[in-house]
Design a protein around this ligand. Structure first.
Ligand code: FAD
Ligand code: PYC
Length: 404
């Protein structure tokens, strides 16, 4: 099938950087690419560049476990994640690129009475915001996931759970490739293997970006670098309230279809789905310390696999094929930062922590509007950096679903 593949058309152009752009997006992950896409498509900016120090999607976009859902607790988050979920539902058609969005449903298990209570409260909140969310009794969980041991090996009894049926998974690389191709077709320059090393700032206004491929003049910069946002903010002379930590995942050898939904268990730091290739995709919690390794520590892997084996005894003899990590940028309230920065012309899209993949299209859409108009989009406004000064935090730890 790959005969003559060397003659395939390139999906996007890889030009050398120009001397000047109307806007530069730093970070060629999903959020950066979608931002460029909407800047070009809806705001008419075509002289723009996405600058990526590695390869497109090589950061958290290509390292995550691809769970997409919108069942967050607070109104501000519901608006953000549901906006995104609606864009997911049309993404393949919009890009003419199959992102394999599969609305196979996401279950969040409750293992303690406290979790039962907060899960039911969140379901009510979701429904008030028009988000589909249902409570499942243990026997309903068993019907959805027949291989689960409701006793959880005695340690992790399943006391019920929530289900969002419109939620699911997508092919993460395809998201990066699809948006990159669409950006390139609109004239956006996508520059890989080019690290941003500093900024020119005059009178509080950004005027340029210093990169490993030379100097670029610009008055608008979007920082969309996930786990490295603290490093880039430092280059620009300000600090962010963000911890950067490794978050890891692993996949098993492929087996026949056996897990039909995504099943998350935040309390035991283990969640699972099955890829179209048949591999079990298993995710863990973050390391307990800050770091930049794209790996994750062994005790975390061990704890997660122990929980998986207790909840799904059938998997005790499965062999694991690959393990990796990504550097996630978590804010104290487990919500992102989207908006203006202390430097004029520099905009922030970061702090997505363990859960930004699901927000990729919505985040880029509202961030492009913010960058183009130099004021927060209404959905972005509550997620301003300023909330850490005013105290209007949006605490989504319970909905984050991943221990951190
Ligand atoms: P990235 O894809 O990381 O892109 C940022 C880019 O910036 C990188 O490519 C990086 O190379 C580049 N960069 C950094 N520094 C520089 C520099 N100096 N110059 C130029 N470029 C630079 N979220 C979910 O919603 N669902 C999940 O199931 C889920 N599972 C996860 C599992 C794991 C193991 C991990 C690690 C994360 C998971 N997440 C999940 C979180 C999600 O992956 C991220 O929040 C999201 O992908 C962030 O996208 P991004 O485009 O902002 O960042
Ligand atoms: O945000 O849904 C999520 C998630 C699941 C695994 C990692 N993040």
């Amino acid at each position: 099938a790959l005969s003559y593949h060397e003659n395939w058309q390139q999906a996007w152009h890889s030009p050398e950087p120009k001397k000047q752009y109307d806007a530069v997006i730093v970070g060629g992950g999903g959020h950066g690419l979608v931002t460029a896409y909407y800047l070009a498509k809806e705001h008419g900016l075509r002289n723009i560049a996405v600058i990526e120090r590695g390869w497109l999607g090589g950061g958290n976009t290509g390292r995550n476990t691809t769970i997409v859902r919108s069942n967050y607790m607070w109104d501000q988050s519901a608006a953000l994640y549901e906006h995104s979920l609606k864009l997911w539902e049309n993404m393949t058609r919009e890009l003419n690129f199959n992102v394999m969005f599969s609305q196979r449903s996401v279950l969040n298990l409750a293992h303690t009475l406290n979790e039962v209570r907060i899960t039911k409260r969140r379901i009510n909140s979701n429904r008030l915001n028009g988000i589909d969310s249902e409570w499942l009794e243990p026997e309903d969980v068993k019907r959805e996931v027949p291989i689960i041991d409701l006793r959880g090996g005695g340690r992790y009894p399943v006391m019920g759970g929530s289900i969002q049926r419109r939620a699911g998974t997508a092919r993460h690389d395809a998201v990066a490739w699809g948006y990159a191709r669409a950006c390139s077709e609109m004239g956006v320059d996508i520059i890989q293997q080019c690290a941003v090393e500093g900024f020119d700032i005059e009178g509080g206004q950004v005027t340029g970006v210093r990169t490993s491929k030379g100097h670029i003049k610009t008055n608008k910069v979007g920082l969309v670098v996930a786990g490295h946002c603290g490093v880039l903010a430092n280059m620009a002379g300000f600090k962010l309230p963000v911890n950067s930590r490794p978050l890891q995942a692993l996949v098993s050898e492929p087996v026949k279809p056996i897990v039909h939904n995504v099943v998350m268990a935040g309390a035991v730091h283990a969640y699972i789905s099955q890829s179209d290739k048949g591999e079990l995709v298993i995710g863990a919690g973050t390391d307990a310390y800050n770091g930049y390794s794209q790996w994750g520590s062994n005790p975390v892997t061990e704890d997660t696999l122990a929980a998986i084996c207790e909840l799904y005894p059938l998997f005790k003899r499965m062999r694991m094929l690959r393990q990796w990590g990504g550097v996630v940028d978590t804010c104290p309230d487990a919500s992102p930062i989207i908006g203006l920065s202390p430097v004029k012309g520099m905009y922030l899209n970061c702090g997505w922590g363990t859960g930004g993949f699901k927000a990729t299209p919505g985040s880029g859409h509202i961030f492009a509007d913010t960058v183009a108009n130099n004021r927060p989009h209404p959905i972005a406004a509550p997620f301003a950096l300023d909330r850490f000064r005013t105290g209007f935090l949006i605490d989504e730890h319970a909905a984050a679903g991943v221990a951190h």
